[in-house]
Ligand binder design. Structure first.
Ligand code: NAD
Length: 531
């Protein structure tokens, strides 16, 4: 049995859950479930670290530990979640390494204190300062489909920003979650940095309501995301919600056909289609549809489905029997032109599937399937393509496939999605500086890049005035003169008739010098003459 990670050590508890291999349905191990006492200890340990800067060399060490243990981690991901080892390396471990390196190189610039000289002439001579500060513990709740990279990036960003993390992995992939703890432990991170607890859903909600938790980074389904968002709203916590997707891939008649077919194949079936940004809707120009589909179907039939730990396997199992049943139940409407069946035997394998021309309002076209299924529709005009792509509750990522740069730009700007790629799909996840997140039902806020840091920090603005003035123009006592001065100043600085307003302000010069100061007057004149 594997223990939870608490204050720098692994602890076994009385209750445990089982984790199951999707390749054969057998129990891999048992993992301790945190109780009330452990949750309180984890919160206490994390609270110790609020605002404490972690030595930057530890991030270098973490990178070194992860790259050295990459194969072991990738094999565990393959065993517990089911994606092939190559994919675990390419889509989970490589982006994690690259993100740590990005933070080491660029992170400081986003979180360091900044001078912000006031723009308003009345405040000229004052000093403005911006501090980005952590205000509490970050709760990371993550899904099973990328059990390593998704929480890892959130955790690293939050700890980099001096906000300790309480991480609750998916109960489907707890071993991978605890592996993250092992890496942080080996890299020598202080015990307050990271706590990894397997909890019930009820306890996860209670942790979110805890006053010491200031931020939640949730990745998961639309339905649970709304629930988490509602709690965060009620308790006024910062929330980043990375939710489901129903990505559209729009292929124009001038696209590089072979590349587009290979792209659809990969982005539709990698991770057995269990990726938030999988191509679930393929929207093809009618002139190329038949040749496109013929080649795609040939390649789909040749995909090698099997044990993700074995060499030469392209697609592993679905994560669970439930998930497979849910996906199979959604194959209604449209013509199944490839696959469509479970694969008999041990494990939760399913054939990669193509569904042709389902009705626009059918669940397979509208709802997130989250399995190895691509639905296909054809279009004649750009407007039709955009309508098909945008007429959906989700908006995570989308892609345009064409050789025409103008068209690519035009369509990208009109697609309702948080990320758009041209002649590629979902790869921008591995660009560490790029924001990741969606619009509409796909969520709120952004992760990755500097956006992940902003997501856990609160800006604090400090304005300093060390002038000797005893009173400011807009303080008490109020009177007719104040009204007159404010009206003239508003006109002079921001309205019409500036010079006339300036002349009319002359009689008040003495008071202005006393109550706003010379530097504000000079700065106001500068603005007046456009300096
Ligand atoms: P899920 O919403 O069922 O669960 C997500 C996490 O929340 C899991 O750890 C789960 O145990 C936990 N959870 C569930 N109910 C909870 C509750 N009431 N309180 C607290 N925690 C609770 O999603 P899933 O099945 O694990 O993952 C698949 C979903 O995640 C898909 O919809 C997929 O599109 C989405 N996803 C989105 C992104 C993204 O970047 N936008 C990335 C990966 C996955």
């Amino acid at each position: 049995m594997k223990g939870i990670y608490l204050a720098g050590n692994f602890h076994k508890t009385e209750k445990a859950i089982k984790t199951i291999s999707p390749s054969n349905g057998e129990i891999i191990d048992e993992v301790s479930l945190a109780g009330e006492g452990e949750i309180e200890r984890a919160l206490g340990a994390a609270w110790e670290g609020i605002g404490k800067e972690i030595p930057r060399r530890l991030f270098f060490r973490l990178r070194e530990v992860l790259s050295r243990r990459a194969e072991e981690v990738a094999q565990l991901i393959a065993m517990e979640q089911g994606k092939p080892v190559t994919e675990a390396l390419a889509a989970e471990i490589y982006p994690s390494l690259s993100y740590i390196a990005f933070l080491e190189e660029k992170g400081e610039e986003f979180i360091r204190d900044k001078d912000m000289p006031p723009e308003e002439p009345m405040f000229s001579g004052r000093r403005g300062r911006l501090i980005m500060e952590p205000t509490g513990i970050t709760l990371v709740i993550s899904p099973w489909n990328y059990p390593f990279a998704i929480p890892f990036l959130d955790i690293v960003a939050s700890i980099f920003a001096s906000s300790p993390v309480l991480f609750r992995p998916s109960s489907m992939t707890p071993l991978v979650g605890l592996k993250i703890a092992e890496l942080f432990q080996e890299a020598g991170f202080p015990p307050f940095s990271l706590q990894v607890l397997i909890t019930t859903h009820g306890d996860a909600e209670r942790i979110l309501r805890e006053p010491r938790v200031s931020t939640v980074k949730f990745t998961g389904s639309f339905e649970v995301g709304r629930k988490i968002g509602a709690i965060a709203g009620e308790e006024l916590k910062k929330a980043t919600l990375e939710l489901g997707g129903k990505d559209a891939m729009v292929v124009f008649e001038d696209a590089n056909l072979e590349r587009a077919v290979n792209g659809a194949l990969w982005a539709g079936f990698m991770n057995a289609g269990q990726t938030c940004a999988s191509v679930e809707r393929l929207i093809i120009h009618h002139e190329i549809a038949s040749s496109f589909l013929e080649t795609l179907k040939e390649k789909v039939d040749k995909l090698r489905v099997g044990d993700p730990l074995e060499d030469g396997v392209d697609m592993g199992p679905m994560v669970s029997e439930n998930q497979r049943e849910k996906v199979l139940s959604m194959l209604k409407g449209g013509e199944v032109i490839a696959g469509g069946k479970p694969i008999e035997g041990k494990g939760f394998f399913m054939q990669p599937t193509l569904v042709y021309e389902p009705p626009e309002d059918s669940p397979v076209w509208q709802e997130e399937v989250f399995g190895p299924v691509i639905s296909i529709k054809t279009f004649k005009t750009e407007e039709e393509a955009l309508h098909l792509a945008n007429n959906n509750k989700y908006g995570l990522t989308a892609s345009v496939w064409t050789k025409d740069r103008e068209r690519a730009r035009r369509i990208s700007e009109k697609l309702e999605a948080g990320v758009v790629t041209v002649n590629d799909h979902l790869s921008s996840y591995a660009e560490p500086s790029a924001p990741w997140g969606g619009v509409k039902g796909s969520g709120l806020g952004r992760s990755h890049g500097s956006f992940a840091l902003q997501g856990v920090l609160q800006p604090k603005y400090i304005m300093e005035d060390f002038s000797r003035r005893k009173k400011l123009l807009w303080w008490f006592p109020y009177g007719e003169k104040n009204i007159r001065i404010m009206l003239l100043a508003s006109r002079m600085l921001y309205g019409k008739g500036k010079l006339k307003a300036l002349m009319e302000l002359f009689p008040y010069l003495g008071r202005l010098l006393k109550e706003v100061g010379l530097s504000s007057l000079v700065s106001s004149l500068g603005r007046l003459i456009g300096l």
